[in-house]
Design a protein around this ligand. Structure first.
Ligand code: NI
Length: 393
């Protein structure tokens, strides 16, 4: 079966590169992926899948029924949105849309998803159930997965697989991670209310800017002293608004930030932990405060059995030196985690770096490029994992 999957994939290679370049040249922002979705639906239909459009607002679902049916449904997820970045790769198939670029490799994810559908559609007789391809919008704004789930895409799903490109490992290599792959990413707003006064007479005012500085410092110090260092928390204040004039003491400051954590138990404690620190500082100096903690996407926690399925599939398909067990998670976020509330799953990292380059630009860089040979690595790994799902689990 592996040889057959590899043959099918390599025959499809030129077509898949064409597909990828088309999507790359026509990127669309989160929540606006209408052309991409229509294109995907066309490819899936012509491969004989049952296609549903407009799922999760703009998403596409393609279903492939195996010859047998043990009732299990394996979902394979790809995202399709691009970023508000002006591409500077200089490639002939670079973005034709000003200020929009596939700089996170979602064009590759979509292409690998389509390639896997095309391969599996030709070996459907070997599948013991249904494969459901989820092409979701709006991953970059961490909303698309929720839109898809709200439309019921996970209702009958038994397991879900996904991938993300990774420029720091070479094309042809698969990165496997057991346990946490990405962090929970939550939004934080802290409002500090003091009292205005003359800049020359601080004792008659309550300086919200000075108190905000104390709050930021206290939060960073408290992370190092009161959070378990083996359970990382990153709190970054990325925006501060406050003050009216150089010689007027500020009466109000707004702090906006992101909070990242890996352990679900740690995450549930963070809102209170932050509020206590803010309260202690503000109370000490007579300021009032408000803390708004908004939960974003949870951490991606890869399921052991499905991660092993991906590892073994990749090791059999390639060689074990082309499969890296990743020692560390990322504190980036990925809304693949939203699906994991409904079924176990695993996401792998697809190496896309050029082996002969000293620098492979990182994700979200205007010169981000991928070695397209990775497409076939991804397709074979996923198609073979789908086959093995019914033959080994
Ligand atoms: Ni991404």
């Amino acid at each position: 079966m592996l040889t057959q999957i590899k043959d099918l994939a390599s025959k499809l290679a030129p077509r898949l590169v064409e597909i990828r370049r088309h999507i790359h040249a026509h990127p669309e922002l989160s929540g606006q992926e209408y052309q991409t979705a229509a294109f995907i639906a066309g490819v899936l239909s012509s491969s004989g899948l049952h296609v549903e459009e407009g799922v999760g607002k703009i998403g596409v679902v393609g279903e492939l029924q195996g010859a047998n049916d043990d009732g299990r449904v394996l979902a394979i997820r790809a995202d399709m949105d691009a970023l508000p970045i002006q591409e500077r790769s200089g490639l002939e198939y670079a973005s034709r849309i000003s200020g929009v670029m596939h700089a996170c490799g979602h064009d590759i994810h979509t292409t690998v998803g389509l390639g896997t559908a095309m391969v599996l559609s030709q070996i459907g007789s070997e599948l013991g159930g249904k494969v459901k391809f989820l092409f979701q919008p709006a991953e970059e704004i961490a909303q698309g997965a929720s839109w898809m789930v709200n439309d019921g895409v996970m209702n009958n799903v038994s397991a879900i697989l996904g991938l993300h490109v990774f420029p720091s490992i070479p094309a042809g290599t698969i990165g496997i991670r057991y346990g946490a792959l990405t962090a929970a990413a939550d939004d934080l707003e802290i409002l500090i209310f003091g009292e205005s006064g003359h800049g020359a007479r601080p004792h008659e005012a309550i300086d919200a800017i000075w108190i905000a500085a104390q709050v930021i410092t206290s939060l960073q110090q408290a992370i190092s002293r009161t959070q378990n260092p083996l359970r990382p928390v990153v709190l970054s204040i990325g925006k501060i608004n406050g003050g009216r004039a150089p010689n007027v003491i500020a009466d109000q400051v707004q702090l906006l930030g992101t909070v990242r954590s890996l352990h679900p138990e740690t995450r549930t404690q963070l809102p209170n932990w932050i509020e206590n620190i803010v309260a202690n500082v503000c109370n000490s100096y007579g300021a009032k405060y408000q803390v708004n903690y908004q939960q974003g996407v949870p951490s991606v926690q890869n399921d052991y059995t499905l991660t092993q399925l991906l590892q073994l599939s990749a090791e059999e398909a390639w060689t074990s030196d082309r499969v890296q067990i990743l020692p560390e998670p990322s504190l980036g976020a990925e809304d693949f985690s939203v699906y994991l509330d409904y079924a176990p799953g695993s996401m792998f990292r697809l190496g896309v770096g050029y082996k002969d380059r000293i620098i492979n630009h990182p994700l979200h860089h205007p010169q981000f490029e991928v070695d397209e040979s990775a497409i076939i690595t991804g397709v074979v790994t996923l198609a073979y994992a789908a086959y093995k799902y019914w033959h080994t689990i």
